[in-house]
Ligand binder design. Sequence first.
Ligand SMILES: Nc1ncnc2c1ncn2[C@@H]1O[C@H](COP(=O)(O)OP(=O)(O)O)[C@@H](O)[C@H]1O
Ligand SMILES: [Mg+2]
Length: 176
Amino acid sequence: MMEDLSSHIMDIVMNSVTAGAKHIAITIAKDPQTAIMSLSVSDDGRGMDAEMAQKVQDPFFSTKTGRKVGLGIPLLKGTAETTGGSFALTSEKGAGTSITATFDSRHPDLPPLGNIRDTFFVLIVSHPEIDFDLRYAVDGKDFLLDTAEWRRELDGVPLNHPEVIGFLSNYLDEHL
Ligand SMILES: Nc1ncnc2c1ncn2[C@@H]1O[C@H](COP(=O)(O)OP(=O)(O)O)[C@@H](O)[C@H]1O
Ligand SMILES: [Mg+2]
């Protein structure tokens, strides 16, 4: 199991980046009634065919084939399932991929969330050309950030311009 959910998020989102996504939506939300935590990542990257989408969920796939495929997806699936949650991956070749994992936030083995603020910050500034549509709605907080909107406002100034980085950093500190 990974040490925190932020590490899982980073791994899953890096798959989207590697798949050439231009738009990535990340939602982390906790239902106050049911205490179910859900994480979803959707991208418009190159996607996978049905066979591949099935195989990448299998932790033994990499060793069986000798292909260099990691464990990011099986690890997230394992964390979700061992904490009383669910895991779903849908993908379409040439169109994109969506992953949704749920967790019971009261389960004793659920890893902590980790540093969501830093996770969002690093993703945005290291991939300024990608549209990140971010939502964090947990424990009374409801944070939304759509970097496509920021890009329009910035009118040609990149999201990783030093002054924008400073502004973004303060914005995340204030709102997350
Ligand atoms: N969002 C995605 N879009 C397209 N392919 C993906 C995506 N996520 C995962 N994959 C495919 O599944 C494989 C396994 O992903 P993962 O379990 O995270 O291990 P790793 O990233 O180390 O290969 C990736 O190598 C990639 O081929
Ligand atoms: Mg990965």
